[in-house]
Design a protein around this ligand. Sequence first.
Ligand SMILES: [Zn+2]
Length: 104
Amino acid sequence: MIKFITKKGRLELVIDPAYYEIVAGKRIKHEGKRVIFLDGKFETDDKEKIEFLLKHRYFNKVFYLQGKLNICEYCGRFFKLKASKITHEKWCEKNPNKKKRKEE
Ligand SMILES: [Zn+2]
């Protein structure tokens, strides 16, 4: 699990807002997507949520990452394992020294 922390206690960030839709005369609520910090903590394995948080303007201002995430220094993708990150970086599309497969 990737853990984010905030001093605010409760913090709610909207990824996709909830909305209503009328289908056959009935009002249906779509929940939307959000991240909710409770007691100053939010833990997730959801890549979409992690990326949303890492790119959020509050990141490192209002909330922080606890511990370390292994982030590709070229493209910003994240990996749980350091070994995965290192392997990725060698082949990363944005790595200027990217290893090239031998062309013969
Ligand atoms: Zn990369």
